[in-house]
Design a protein around this ligand. Sequence first.
Ligand SMILES: [Zn+2]
Length: 114
Amino acid sequence: MDETARHRYRQRLEELRAELDGPAAQESGAHRPEPLDQQAVGRLSRMDALQQQAMARAAQERRARMKARIDAALARLQEGEFGYCTECGEEISPARLDLDPTVPTCIQCARAGG
Ligand SMILES: [Zn+2]
């Protein structure tokens, strides 16, 4: 991989990272559900609230995982290991990296269950 490609991937990764830290992420993260009041809230809306809580938590976990993937990819860029499979060391195809620059493994290893 040449310097231009590395630069391009770094830029994309930093953009992705900025999006995760951006106002949209903060807004949905700050959307705290109200304490549940058994008497005022019916069973259905209580279940809605619980579901919303679960969804907010899942979204937060997704963001944290994505951030970890981006950080790992940036670290690999730093170390000159970016673009090589972390499992087998083979080059990851550019098409795969263009689709998702955070992928740590080649398609073969991903299919093998990595
Ligand atoms: Zn591999």
